[in-house]
Design a protein around this ligand. Structure first.
Ligand SMILES: Nc1ncnc2c1ncn2[C@@H]1O[C@H](COP(=O)(O)OP(=O)(O)O)[C@@H](O)[C@H]1O
Ligand SMILES: [Mg+2]
Length: 302
């Protein structure tokens, strides 16, 4: 089977509030899938359902072939979770933290498994450091090692890089790609577009419904958008003028360039033709961020 997770029309409510709506989603085996969506869109809840921690109200699906409704006990050992607010015991060393968790999970030969993980995650040099003394980036790496203690086939990472500096984020992504190469399936929720671009596949939800899924390139191409880069004086005035046009869907200034994004079908060339000749106008690539902003306007898939 090509998919580690297959959800079919899953819904979940808390009280009167429907948090996941008719969600169908496949997560490819051995790949990194980015899970995107605004706060409160149901990412954490869906991840808990996928990993067998929470039963959906309706709909179903499988995780490594096990039914997410009736075989949750079989799923849990195959899944590692790293939650949004990962926490280590600060008065314990890195090794003691991992040993404690290894014993909690009744892992055979905990000393050996912990040494293996310290090695695999380049943590050996920090083994005897107190968790409290580690930077956010290293704490995050210890937490990732902790969620690998029981050798899961799938790891669900819930906004693992929130509050971590850019260098540590890059290192973290290097580790994720190494794990995927070993065949581990990874689903990672994030708000960072640069992280989304590092994923093999993406799924975007809003209001508990799927808005898009696939590779970044296919999602961008499917939106039928065109983007232009404009360089010249007083870009912020030009941005304002262009944003008044019905044809222009999004505008943004990066450094000395104004980008405008429009539906491919809109008559934007004539609009841009009206700009003074001192402006340089070139076609540019539509970004993932543009595609997602467009999707948010368009709403859920039919
Ligand atoms: N156990 C729960 N009980 C009641 N409401 C919940 C519970 N878990 C989540 N919610 C609500 O469900 C909505 C979606 O939450 P969540 O799945 O955490 O979204 P996300 O991870 O995308 O931010 C939020 O409004 C949240 O407050
Ligand atoms: Mg969440």
């Amino acid at each position: 089977m090509d998919y580690a997770i297959a959800l079919e029309r899953v819904s979940k409510s808390f009280g009167k509030r429907q948090v996941v709506r008719d969600l169908s989603l496949n997560v490819r085996r051995g790949k990194i899938t980015g899970f995107l969506g605004p706060n409160g869109s149901g990412k954490t809840t869906s991840m808990r359902i996928m990993g067998g921690l929470l039963k959906p109200d309706s709909g179903g699906g499988s995780c490594f072939g096990y039914n997410i409704r009736s075989q949750r006990g079989r799923i849990k050992p195959l899944v590692g979770f790293m939650t949004q607010k990962f926490s280590l015991w600060e008065p314990l060393t890195v090794r003691e933290n991992l040993l404690f968790l290894a014993r909690l999970h009744a892992i055979a030969d905990p000393q050996r498994r912990v040494s293996q993980l310290l090695e695999a995650f380049s943590l050996t040099g920090f083994a005897d450091a107190l968790a409290a003394h580690l930077s956010g980036g290293w704490q995050q790496r210890v937490s990732l090692a902790a969620c690998m203690l029981h050798s899961p086939q799938l790891i669900l990472l819930d906004e693992p890089t929130a509050g971590v500096d850019p260098h540590a984020r890059r290192e973290f992504w290097r580790v994720l790609h190494a794990l995927a190469q070993q065949g581990i399936t990874i689903l990672v929720s994030t708000h960072f577009m640069d992280e989304a671009e590092r994923c093999h596949e993406l799924a975007w939800i809003a209001g508990g419904s799927l808005l898009a899924s696939g590779t970044a390139d296919t999602i961008i191409a499917a939106q039928g958008l065109a983007t232009w880069a404009i360089r010249g004086p007083a870009l912020s005035d030009i941005e304002y003028r262009l944003s008044l046009s019905q044809s222009v869907e999004q505008t943004s200034i990066y450094s000395n360039t104004l980008y405008i994004t429009c539906p491919q079908s809109s008559p934007v060339e004539s609009l841009l033709g009206g700009l003074p000749r001192s402006y340089r106008i070139e076609k540019a690539a539509t970004s993932l961020e543009d595609a997602f902003a467009h999707l948010m306007k368009k709403g859920p898939l039919p």
